[in-house]
Ligand binder design. Structure first.
Ligand SMILES: Cc1ncc(COP(=O)(O)O)c(C=O)c1O
Length: 439
């Protein structure tokens, strides 16, 4: 039977529905199928192919550069890839050893726990006490995520509905916006290229003018893509404002441990007074221990948000593979000198990049944290905007970067350069870019 005739009753019903009021057709006796067959529309004319949530998602901006990168590589060209924020170093050996040990346990291969194994929730709670002096109840105030990306997405689905508005800095990590767009909510963009005071002004402005009142605010410091950092006074002010207006705060602290000023590690929003009444914070093993592919992150903080996130996850997933959670516990509980070494590695790469770009006549702000440099497009190329400039860097210098427009419209005068190749390759990238920029 042709696809279009699989269920003639439904298809004919569909045609009728267009002409008359809704009508449910009874099952069609088999003898009638032949007669009806002649009347049936092709299936593509009656099936819905444009889905509500998919229609809300624009084409993926990075896809075009990725396609060009793949095509260049297929031709045998050497592309230095500073595009995606994907750590290029392996996790420390003691974490790998723990994974290998845990995987030998015959009881470790079943479904895990959606909210995370107790030992790992205890480990993240100990980390918050040691690192930030913040007490976290592992039962009520912590949940393990399959990477913080999953956690952010699940939380957006759990707490918003169509008609709700969420304040999100722009540019931002795409999921900060699109998690809520997928959930059906609307996003109020806060231009994020300004200093801390500027951002607070934008938050106040949004609260004043946005109707309905926003339900939540997203923050991400150290920021992706901007590498911006903030201090505790900033968090305190934002917490005070949001508590006053009854607005939740979602803080993404994925780059908590990738900072270059040893005397000034990034704070947690939960250090601010009263923060736990309204704030949840996401952290991750992905960047801290180079475990990006393992998919293991955390959410801690406000009990209502944690409960909502845990509840929705209980329907959707069974948690990360148990041996991964055991190894993640070892990462958090074990020696942290590996993290200090990683910071040194990224700092060396950052210095190489800044020096190399300087000698190419491209001076950019020096990032004090994260694994990115947020580089304003040089004056001479500014008109091209970020997508075209990124394409030209790829074609003429063999260097892949992320166009700023992929992080929001306020990012279009910038490109993001990720420190994910070794210093030698970064030096080479700068030489290539120098030739192109000065041509
Ligand atoms: C700001 C930010 N949040 C979250 C994530 C996702 O991290 P995870 O690997 O924990 O899902 C990333 C990944 O690049 C990121 O840059």
């Amino acid at each position: 039977m042709e696809a279009s005739c699989l269920n003639p009753a439904i298809l004919i019903g569909e045609r009728f529905r267009k002409l008359t009021r809704p009508y449910i057709f009874p099952t069609v006796p088999s003898g009638l199928v032949k007669i009806i067959k002649g009347l049936v529309q092709p299936i593509e004319q009656v099936m819905e192919e444009e889905f509500y949530r998919i229609k809300r998602l624009p084409p993926y901006v990075f896809a075009e550069v990725n396609r060009m990168k793949a095509a260049a590589r297929a031709k045998g060209e050497d592309i230095i890839d500073l595009g995606m924020g994907n750590p290029d170093t392996p996790p420390p050996q003691h974490i790998l050893d723990k994974l290998v040990e845990a995987i030998q346990n015959p009881r470790a291969h079943g479904y895990s726990m959606s909210k995370g194994i107790p030992g790992l929730r205890k480990a993240i709670s100990n980390y918050y006490m040691k690192r930030f002096g913040v007490s976290i109840d592992p039962e009520k105030e912590a949940v393990v995520n399959i990477g913080s990306k999953e956690g952010l997405y699940s939380l957006a689905t759990a707490i918003t509905k169509p008609g709700d508005v969420v304040m999100v800095p722009n540019p931002s990590y795409p999921l900060h916006t699109y998690g809520f767009i997928i959930a059906g909510a609307s996003v109020w963009s806060l231009p994020n290229y300004v200093n801390e005071t500027g951002l607070i002004d934008h938050i106040k402005d949004a609260i004043l003018h946005c109707s309905p009142k926003p339900v939540a605010l997203v923050l991400n410091f150290p920021g992706n893509p901007t590498a911006e950092v903030v201090g505790l006074p900033f968090y305190q002010e934002v917490v005070d404002i949001c508590r006053f207006h009854g607005i939740y705060i979602i803080s993404d602290l994925a780059y908590a441990e990738i900072y270059f000023d040893e005397n000034n590690p990034p704070p947690s929003i939960l250090q601010a007074k009263g923060a736990k009444e309204i704030a949840i914070e996401f952290t991750s093993t992905s960047k801290t221990y180079s475990m990006a592919g393992w998919r293991c992150g955390f959410a801690v903080g406000n009990q209502h948000l944690i409960k909502a996130l845990t509840h929705i996850k209980s329907y959707v997933d069974y948690g990360s593979f148990t041996p991964i959670q055991v190894a993640a516990s070892a990462a958090l509980n074990g020696p942290q000198d590996c993290v200090a070494e990683l910071r040194t590695l990224y700092k060396d790469r950052r210095d190489t990049l800044i020096k190399g770009l300087h000698s190419a006549g491209w001076d950019i702000p020096v990032p004090s944290a994260s694994m990115f440099a947020w580089a304003p497009i040089p004056e001479k190329f500014k008109e091209l905007k970020s997508l075209e400039f990124s394409k030209q860097l790829l074609q003429n210098a063999g260097v892949a970067v992320a166009p700023g427009i992929g992080f929001g419209q306020y990012g279009d005068d910038y490109v993001r350069i990720a420190l994910v190749e070794n210093s030698q390759r970064i030096k080479q990238a700068c030489k290539n870019m120098k030739k192109f920029l000065q041509s």
